[in-house]
Design a protein around this ligand. Structure first.
Ligand code: SIN
Length: 486
């Protein structure tokens, strides 16, 4: 990995504003080559304790800063990310695998959260309420929740941290981060930028660890009574466990969990736009996003044409290491991820789905998978009940709007949903009837710092991004001032 600022490649823990080495280390693997790219220090429960102690001290000072100071700190971080975009993207691609252009896009997306919450830091408004008696005045203040913890995923190793850290800092909170086992280097590079910024030591700490450490570190964060909020992005299974653990100290909890996004193409859709939409929605990050199109329903009148046009576009994707210019589909994160995609394809075919292209590991070996298209995927298949999290698109025909909305909602998940239509009345009706926290109408790309990201049903609790994302890091305090006379 060639970096112009080699100081961004950090491998120790970042606790209380200091780099903290450890003899216990684990290998971080480049998924494109299977080679070790770094040996990162493993945190223990003691590391978590030290990070929380430092966070408490820092937060007590930080909560008393002005909104303008917090704005300046966040704007500085946004600038720092953009100034180091190429290096941060190279680190991200090396540990996560996505094509460099996508990695650079993620760094800009991450910077966007720091920029957005820099601006929002100055808008943490309270309220006055008409009082219930003449001698009183009723006020509502928003105060920082205190020390927070975040557990972040490997699929967006930079942006998912920014989406949590930026509102925490804006609100006056501190954050202890446990990054994904597979992608700690992006988190540690961000910590280095925080260390260089005008932000108090201890306000942000990073406690990394491998798969064996994950549940111990997660438990330590959930059970620590000094941590008042947990923000997690990851699977619904792990989210439920963390929620249970957080109950013991009644923490605030934000959960961005699994999805099973329906993507619906009506007969009256602009087909070119729908194909662009499904390409970005299904194949961005090799299909490894929580908001990926998972069940693609296409109305009978355009089914054959949509299939053949999508087939052409899928065959034009270029599979290769993310660091190679021209690659548009990188490797999957692990062998287990590859096996899951294979299993979904095999299961769909065994239930009558037709393979149009792909359907197998790529000849490059490792965790590369050939971009895949299947048709006639039945609702009983694994592709419809679980996130495939890979570059395999499965189409299912439908006849009526009522039938497809019912099928789309027939899942315990409700993160994102998409549909394409040129009928104005239908665009309102369907978006209102879909049971989902986010809906893309005539677009397959909905993520942006200005908008509230999050799900309903078993896809999560709370929202990230937007002004609502800041509310998640504040508590409401009601103040009743009495004895004021008439
Ligand atoms: C995710 O997959 O959790 C995040 C995707 C996004 O922000 O677009």
């Amino acid at each position: 990995m060639q970096l112009s600022d080699a100081g961004l490649l950090k491998t120790d823990l970042f606790i209380g504003g200091r780099w903290s080495p450890s003899n216990a280390r684990y290998d971080v693997i480049d998924p494109a080559t299977g080679q070790t790219i770094a040996e990162v220090a493993r945190a223990t429960e003691e590391s978590v304790d030290a990070a929380v102690t430092a966070a408490q001290v820092a937060q007590r000072k930080w909560r008393d800063t002005t909104a303008t100071q917090r704005r300046d700190a966040l704007a500085g971080l946004a600038d720092a990310l953009l100034a180091h975009e190429a290096d941060l993207a190279a680190i991200l691609t090396a540990e996560q695998g996505k094509p460099l252009a996508e990695a650079a896009g993620e760094i800009r997306y991450a910077a966007g959260f720091f920029r957005w919450f820099a601006e929002e830091a100055r808008r943490v408004y309270g309220e006055t309420i008409p009082a219930h008696r003449p001698d009183a005045r009723l006020l509502v203040q928003r105060q920082p929740v205190g020390v927070g913890a975040a557990i972040t995923p490997w699929n967006f190793p930079s942006a998912m941290i920014a989406r949590k850290l930026a509102p925490a800092i804006a609100a006056g909170c501190a954050l202890v981060l446990k990054p994904a086992e597979d992608t700690p280097l992006s988190a540690l590079a961000l910590a280095e930028l925080v260390a260089r910024a005008d932000i108090p030591s201890g306000l942000f700490s990073v406690v990394a660890g491998n798969r064996d450490d994950a549940s111990r570190l997660g438990t330590a964060l959930c059970l620590d009574p000094r941590i008042r909020k947990l923000s997690f992005t990851g699977s619904t299974r792990v989210g439920k466990l963390l929620l249970e653990q957080c109950a013991s100290t009644v923490k605030r909890v934000s959960l961005e969990l699994g999805g099973n996004a329906p993507f619906i193409v009506f007969d009256d859709a602009d087909l070119e736009a729908a194909i662009d939409g499904v390409m970005v929605c299904k194949f961005r990050n090799s299909g490894q996003t929580c908001v990926s199109a998972n069940r693609i329903y296409v109305q009978a009148g355009v089914y054959d044409e949509f299939t053949s046009r999508l087939h052409e576009r899928i065959d034009a994707l270029v599979v290769g290491p993310g660091a190679d210019a021209g690659s548009t589909i990188g490797p999957l994160i692990t062998t287990a991820a590859l096996k899951k995609v294979e299993q979904h394809v095999t299961d769909a075919r065994s239930q009558g789905a037709k393979l149009i292209t792909g359907g197998k590991p790529h000849q490059r070996g490792g965790t590369f998978f050939v971009p895949t298209l299947l048709t006639d995927v039945p609702d009983s298949s694994l592709m419809h009940s679980e996130e495939t999290f890979g570059p395999a698109a499965g189409l299912t025909p439908f006849n009526t709007e009522a039938e497809v909305v019912q099928a789309a909602n027939d899942t315990p998940y409700g993160l994102a949903a998409y549909f394409f239509t040129t009928d104005l009345a239908r665009s309102w009706r369907v978006s209102e009837n879909l049971e989902s926290g986010m809906v893309g109408v005539n677009t397959g790309l909905i993520s942006t710092p200005e908008a509230p990201f999050g799900g309903v049903k078993e896809s999560g609790l709370g929202r990230e991004g937007s002004r609502h994302g800041l509310d998640e890091w504040t508590d409401i305090k009601y103040v009743c001032v009495g004895g004021l006379g008439q």
